[in-house]
Write a new protein. Structure first.
Length: 349
């Protein structure tokens, strides 16, 4: 099946009351791991590439691999998404290449570090929405700022520094016409999210509930949603790694989010941990091995296991065959004729 619009995936997820994992990729083995998991669990899936990933893989290699994944797995709806686009130009280049979805992360300036003003964020996001929707491509925006830094991208600091203001979330959704809205509720990118096991109060789930109440039909996105499982940390440390004790986002909190409007859940770190642990194990236990397949195969298998587990936990498992893909051209018509209007339903406080 051709790559499908992320908007279609999220609309279907909203109808079915489940979430869809968005998993980051940089290479063939990660794409294969995701597709093996999607096939096994019969899941629709969002595959996403950061700017760093596109650069690492020389863009076209990665995109052709995604096209191969779609061709080899015709029964799986796949949306290809630009993660954390830092500018109009970055988003445009992804759209021109054939990505079916982009994130314009205008919460930060184009340097990917400095928090932007509300007006700057609205302006650049609105511009991306215009270009994308004319071509049937989905847009995710971000209001509020996540913590942490990945690959030079991020404001740094704690996830609690710039929590989304629900009033601004409403105004942002109205002014930009985004299809999906990433909100900051205390999560951050990377392995070091929390220094103790987070209880229910650490994540600002009350903010999420307030936003969902006011924007009941808007697809919400949770970034920084790796759970950083202890067993994956332990494998890395057992085989010579040096991770400090850390906690991620409990899956139960994500599931609470899914019951309250969260439709896209971003996961990268858990897969990085799984891959690294599996490779370290082979290196430590069989130092005589040097064929990359001897460690890339277990690494791919370890990532597949994590992704399949998340697919079941997020509820997308079993939904791959629920719907037929709508072409990107048809989606573009929907934006034009208003049937896919992105003006959000806003309810009183
Ligand atoms: O946004 C964070 C993702 O984990 C991607 O990270 O920019 O290091 O590829 P990256
Ligand atoms: P994690 O670092 O928690 O996996 O978050 C990934 C992410 O939000 C990618 O955009
Ligand atoms: Zn993110």
């Amino acid at each position: 099946m051709p790559l499908v619009s992320m908007r279609q995936l999220l609309d279907e997820a909203a109808k079915g009351g489940y979430g869809v994992g968005a998993f980051n990729v940089n290479d063939m083995e990660q794409i294969q791991a995701i597709m093996m998991a999607a096939k096994e669990t019969k899941s629709p899936v969002i595959v996403q590439a950061s700017r760093g990933a596109r650069q690492f893989a020389e863009d076209l290699y990665l995109f052709r691999l995604i096209q191969a994944a779609a061709e080899l797995n015709p029964e799986i709806p796949i949306a290809m998404h630009q993660d954390h686009g830092n500018s109009y130009e970055t988003c445009k280049s992804a759209i021109d290449l054939g990505y079916t979805s982009v994130m314009m992360d205008g919460s930060l300036k184009a340097d990917g570090k400095t928090p932007a003003s509300f007006d700057e964020n609205v302006e650049v996001t609105r511009k991306v929405v215009e270009y994308a929707h004319e071509r049937g491509v989905t847009v995710e925006g971000e209001i509020g700022v996540l913590g942490g830094v990945e690959d030079g991208h991020g404001a740094g600091g704690s996830g609690l520094d710039h929590i989304t203001d629900p009033d601004q979330a409403v105004e942002f959704a109205e002014k930009t016409g985004v299809d999906a809205l990433a909100i900051a509720i205390g999560t951050s990118h990377g392995a070091y999210k929390f220094t103790k096991k987070p209880d229910g109060s650490v994540l600002k789930m009350d903010v999420l509930l307030a936003i969902h109440k006011r924007l009941p039909n808007t697809h919400l996105v949770m970034h920084g949603s790796s759970s950083v499982p202890k067993d994956l940390q332990d494998i890395i440390n057992k085989y010579g790694g040096n991770l400090k004790e850390t906690w991620g986002v409990p899956v139960e909190e994500i599931q609470l989010g899914i019951r309250n409007g969260v439709r896209k859940i971003n996961v990268d770190t858990d897969n990085r941990l799984a891959i690294t642990g599996a490779i370290r194990k082979v290196f430590a236990e069989t130092p005589e091995k040097f064929d990359p397949r001897d460690y890339l195969k277990p690494a791919r298998e370890a990532m597949k296991k994590v992704v399949a587990q998340r697919m079941v936990e997020f509820g997308q498992a079993g939904h791959a065959g629920d719907y037929s893909p709508v072409s990107i051209e048809q989606i573009a018509k929907g934006y034009k004729d208003g049937s896919l209007s992105t003006q959000p339903l806003v309810t009183a406080k």
